[in-house]
Design a protein around this ligand. Sequence first.
Ligand SMILES: NC(=O)C[C@H](N)C(=O)O
Length: 329
Amino acid sequence: MPSRRSIGLIATGGTISVAPPSADSQQHQGVGALTPRQDDRPEGIDVFPRDALSLSSRRMTPDDLWTLASAVNEEIAAGRDGVVVTHGTDTLEETVYALGLLVDTRVPVVVTGAMRSPHLAGPDGPANVRAAIVAAADPKLAPYGPTVVFQDEVHVARLVTKMHSARVAAFGSPAAGPVGFVAEDRLELLLGPPPETDLLPRASPPTTRVGLLHAATGIDGSVADAIASDVDAVVVAALGAGHVSPSLGAALVRLAGAGKPVVITSRCPDGALLSHTYGGAGSETELRRAGLHFAGTLSAPKARLRALFGMSAGIPADELFHPADGAGR
Ligand SMILES: NC(=O)C[C@H](N)C(=O)O
């Protein structure tokens, strides 16, 4: 590694930067409060802080993701050796995936946050920021695309998910586990980079409206009919390997027939969608035959972002979600 590394540190809000309780609970401190002091930084690393947004992650919108992606692109264009983004944890996994869609990460891009706010006992933010800076300064991480560093673990964007609502060990990658870890200000990688990149061939500001439906016992077609006129496409967190009730299946096929792409994912946190194991109304075989799209191992919220940004850029759904041999994307 060259002697000195320069890291862009971009703040967006979230618990990691929430102001003390006397203030309005929506107030966030700027990036200055998150930037480690010069004498408290990993050796050989310069940090260049900037604020991009200041919000709880539940308020994040596709436009905000576009703004953040532009900020990350600017940092990379400015010649940073890596970029760290601090973020609320509730939608952090979506933001890191959106950066994978929108940013050509020639250098490491690392997203982190905190589960305990700065004024609570044992805040995890400072340790997470330090580990994220260490990871972002290591060029070995660049081929992994944007990653999440949390509790010293490194997770890739496609697989990472918030697993626990309150504990500091909040993030995991159910399908494969972390790809590496940080210890003693050093990045150690255990697994290779993801086999494919999620970067879209082109990008435009978000204009497409994509709905999200969650299948469950007794959920019928009325939920799809109710939103049909408000959306350009729908993503479904389907049952198991890609199944919905016969009634919901029929409504989704109607939607697809009306020119609104329907993308099937699984509500299971791990495992692939099938292509030809089950038959009959609402089965994966029938839904595929009817021209619905299948998103492989992507979670529903991430498939929704892929549809949203991809279709906004004019990329057809069948290029975003490959139907071939059941693997999906
Ligand atoms: N731990 C957190 O950051 C949770 C917070 N509600 C957020 O996502 O902004």
